[in-house]
Design a protein around this ligand. Structure first.
Ligand code: SF4
Length: 265
């Protein structure tokens, strides 16, 4: 079975010829295309920062709980020693150790506060929805893959919220009036990949700037995706792929129009 990536599915849905040209090595061109790549790297870096700071926050909170509980127990032991056995030296030692642990807990509290602030402000910058970050794409990060469908791909990130995993795809550049069908199908491919790798997926999200669309993972969308995969695999056999629309606007926004033999503009 030929391996097909989720972003290939997006290109194919936009225009089969655009997908075919990219498959033949024609790179996307244009200001919008380049800006999109740069913006994506920036967002990936911000999400990595949030993930790192939230992990630091979690371990700091754990240390605060452990150290403050241990310090409280130890100081009670110290008081007990003093009251029951009148051993001033032993009691003083336990009190000093307890105080050191409390100071350490305070240091972790400062770290936790800094991490909270940084994670919150970065979440606001990228408009990240609530939830624990499970996966962030980027260089060196492995593709998710599905043996059943032959799909691979890297959603921008995956969050875990209320027992369900949510793949999120960020779209840079012009903001459409509603979610584009090619993006919905790409997101469906990510939902299928995340479902196989992590577990339950109820919906995914498409983000265009501050505009966020929640796309429910339905059987209809899955069927549409699988039909597209079949057609793409058919194209590998026939080696015949053409434009499937008559919309000059599509060609105008196509990053491969300069190399396209069927461009309408
Ligand atoms: S220029 Fe038009 S026909 Fe050619 S690949 Fe792009 S969208 Fe398709």
């Amino acid at each position: 079975m030929e391996i097909i990536s989720a972003s290939e599915v997006e290109k194919y849905t936009y225009c089969p010829l655009s997908w075919w040209l990219s498959r033949k090595g024609v790179k996307g061109k244009g200001k919008e295309f380049k800006e999109g790549i740069g913006r994506h790297h920036e967002i990936e870096k911000n999400i990595e920062t949030i993930k790192k700071e939230e992990e630091k926050l979690f371990s700091s909170e754990f240390m605060i709980a452990v150290l403050s509980t241990a310090a409280t127990i130890l100081s009670l032991v110290g008081v007990g020693i003093y009251l029951s056995q009148q051993k001033e030296f032993e009691s003083a030692v336990t009190m000093i150790v307890s105080a050191i642990w409390l100071v350490s807990a305070a240091v972790f509290m400062v770290v936790a506060l800094k991490s909270t602030q940084l994670a919150r402000s970065t979440r606001d910058i990228v408009n990240l929805p609530d939830g624990t970050i499970e996966y962030v794409s980027g260089e060196g990060v492995e593709d998710l893959s599905s043996k059943k469908t032959g799909l691979i791909g890297k959603p921008d990130y995956v969050i875990h919220v209320h027992g369900s995993f949510v793949p999120i795809e960020i779209k840079t550049g012009r903001v459409p009036r509603g979610p584009l069908f090619s993006h919905i199908i790409q997101l469906t491919a990510y939902c299928v990949l995340v479902e196989e790798k992590y577990g339950k997926v109820e919906y995914g999200m498409l983000m265009y700037g501050n505009q966020i669309y929640r796309i429910r993972l339905t059987d209809e969308l899955k069927t549409t995706l699988f039909k597209k995969l079949d057609k793409m695999r058919e194209a590998f056999k026939t080696d015949i792929v053409h434009r499937n629309h008559n919309r000059p606007g599509k060609c105008r926004h196509c990053s491969r129009r300069n190399a396209c033999p069927e461009s309408l503009v």
